[in-house]
Design a binder for this molecule. Structure first.
Ligand SMILES: Nc1nc(=O)c2c([nH]1)NC[C@@H]1CN(c3ccc(C(=O)N[C@@H](CCC(=O)O)C(=O)O)cc3)C=[N+]21
Ligand SMILES: [Mg+2]
Length: 345
């Protein structure tokens, strides 16, 4: 459990406890019993070692999905209702199909009803709008996700803006983004990948306040919202992008690095400050004839180098990706709770 096949330490969460090993010496084990400890208090942290703790996002996400399943079950028995998520997929992109299938499976496992529309690549904008509007007025649907990217002939902003603010479980609606950016205002939903990043930091006892955070990328779906979230948690945030002349120099100052620039293995080991916490959001498909699907995923960070310098790091796959799906389920559950309680917005 403590060591992955490659020999890196693996931390799926930070509820560590000390067990005597059968051979007598101290041994550390993961347990689901007992209070969560901050990472700094974890015995593992005291061990002098150069290799980073590899954060197990898959295990963390599983734990969260189980917490959600229990709440869905309670909703079902108390109110006779379950949350519903509608996923809209246009076209036949291989990666989109994989993500959508994963989302549907995660819903089913959590007891969330999943509705999905698989639509032809050449669907008209008007027809797609109609699909979204039908889900808007379907009261069994509490969350709507239109998988991006959409084909070129469709105006993605127009479609995303048509998703009702209350059902926007992606957190992409302008009202949700505006409320995220404004002090003292809370969005109904926060974008799933950024929320998953913060959840990983929190569940691993990483202090954010007062830290230097560097975000690579300024996209609407990751870079921008994650930089706002980190700032709200009192980090000093720098956003690095394609026109930043000295990304390495800036990265070397970071205590927390969020890599979301979509450039395969751009961030190298010698860009990192010793002990930095590195979350790799990149999911770049690289052709690999030996892989089952004909491609493999690599992150925006050169993992084999970074693991020698970082204090903690997420792998790709198995890091931030699974957390994104867990946060989608969380947003869907919250939307259903809001709708069923008739909460004021
Ligand atoms: N409206 C919309 N909302 C999104 O949230 C959204 C989107 N469109 N378009 C594409 C991106 C990408 N994204 C991922 C979700 C899960 C994994 C994930 O689970 N990855 C697995 C591996 C999956 C695999 O094996 O291919 C992992 O990292 O372990 C990755 C990427 C959500 N996105
Ligand atoms: Mg856009």
């Amino acid at each position: 459990m403590l060591f992955s096949l490659s020999g890196h330490r693996v931390a799926s969460d930070c509820r560590w406890s000390r067990f005597p090993s059968s051979k007598g010496g101290p041994r550390f084990n993961r347990t689901l019993i007992g209070p969560r400890k901050p990472f700094s208090a974890c015995p593992m942290a005291a061990i002098e070692e150069r290799q980073a703790v590899v954060i197990d996002g898959k295990a963390c996400a599983k734990e969260i999905r189980e917490e959600i399943a229990a709440k869905v079950e309670a909703m079902k028995s108390e109110m006779g209702k379950v949350p519903g998520l509608a996923v809209v997929l246009v076209g036949t992109r291989k990666d989109s199909e994989t993500y959508v299938r994963n989302k549907e499976r995660a819903c089913t496992e959590a007891g969330i009803e999943s509705f999905s529309s698989r639509l032809p690549e050449d669907i008209s904008q008007e027809e797609l709008l109609k699909v979204v509007e039908d889900y808007n007025s379907n009261d069994q649907v509490h969350g709507i996700l239109v998988q991006l990217p959409l084909p070129k002939h469709i105006n993605a902003e127009l479609i995303l803006d048509a998703i009702s603010y209350e059902k926007d479980v992606d957190g992409f609606h302008p009202m949700n983004i505006a409320r995220l950016a404004l002090k003292g205002r809370s969005p109904l939903a926060v974008a799933c990948t950024p929320q998953g990043c913060l959840e990983l930091l929190d569940r691993h006892g990483v202090t954010i306040a007062g830290k230097r955070a560097v975000v690579f990328g300024r996209s609407n779906i990751v870079g921008m919202p994650v930089s706002l979230l980190l700032q709200q948690r009192d980090a000093t945030v720098t956003v690095v992008h394609s026109r930043t002349p000295n990304p390495k120099e800036i990265c070397l100052e970071a205590d927390i690095v969020i890599a979301a620039c979509g450039q395969a293995e751009m961030i190298q080991g010698d860009w990192l400050k010793e002990g930095a916490v590195v979350l790799d959001v990149g999911t770049n498909a690289v052709d690999d004839p030996t892989a089952k699907r004909g491609y493999r995923l690599v992150g925006d960070v050169k993992f084999s180098e970074a693991v020698q310098r970082a204090g903690m790091i997420t792998p790709v796959p198995g890091g931030v990706g699974p957390m994104t799906i867990a946060m989608l389920l969380k947003n869907t559950l919250q939307s259903a709770q809001r709708s069923l309680m008739g909460d004021a917005i």
